[in-house]
Design a protein around this ligand. Structure first.
Ligand code: FMN
Length: 191
């Protein structure tokens, strides 16, 4: 699959890292972009720079692995920005209230908000793993507008019915949810 992934400055960089790990072995083409705060929160919460982490894995697309292309968030010439360049899904993980609100208002001023706009206009899968609490009235109104426009607004709120024992279990729960909206199944995590 061809998947666009935006990583924003909401808390929960660990969700983005696990999402990429889960997609690593699948021969996918991943187009990834981090907002400025996406990079800062990744560094703050995971204690390492996104680029350094990325270099610990093979993202060349060879040997059965997925290929990752990292775009500048300011590059609106990048492929996810174009409606004519079809992606199977557009994921924002984690999604800040700011990016969610921008997409809801059609403010397509960076690559993440632009690809959100593209997904909505082209009627393609758009999943926003929204992380903010509490949600005020405008967040709720904008989330409703997005849901009506076809987006999946997925609160980063793991369930406890699978009896999670570790932080990784909670993260896996949310990442599984995100992956469940892709048009093709993704294998479960290695145990
Ligand atoms: C450590 C840290 C944690 C943050 N956590 C959240 C959060 O959970 N949800 C949120 O909506 N914004 C959060 N923010 C604020 C966003 O980073 C800020 O609104 C930023 O402008 C979002 O821009 P972006 O969507 O372009 O990344 C956080 C900021 C920092 C520094």
């Amino acid at each position: 699959m061809r998947i666009a992934i935006g990583i924003t400055g909401a808390s929960g960089a660990i969700y983005a890292r696990r999402l990429l790990e889960r997609l690593h072995g699948g021969r996918h083409e991943l187009h990834v972009t981090l907002t400025d705060y996406g990079k800062l929160v990744w560094q703050d919460e995971l204690g390492e720079n996104f680029r350094h982490w990325m270099e610990t894995m093979d993202w060349s697309g060879e040997g059965g692995n997925s290929r990752m292309v990292v775009h500048s968030v300011n590059d609106l010439f990048a492929e996810p920005s174009w409606g004519m360049k079809k992606f199977d899904a557009y994921l924002v993980v984690p999604c800040s209230a700011k990016t969610m609100s921008s997409i809801a208002c059609g403010i397509a001023d960076n690559l993440v908000t632009r690809f959100g706009d593209v997904a909505l206009k082209e009627k393609r899968p758009l999943v926003l793993l929204l992380r903010e609490a509490p949600l005020h009235e405008l967040h709720l109104e904008r989330s409703l507008a997005l849901a009506r426009a076809g987006a999946i607004v997925l609160p980063a709120s793991p369930g406890f019915y699978l009896k999670p024992k570790t932080l990784d279990d909670l993260v896996e729960f949310m990442v599984d949810k995100v992956l469940s909206y892709l048009p093709e199944p993704i294998p479960g995590p290695e145990k």
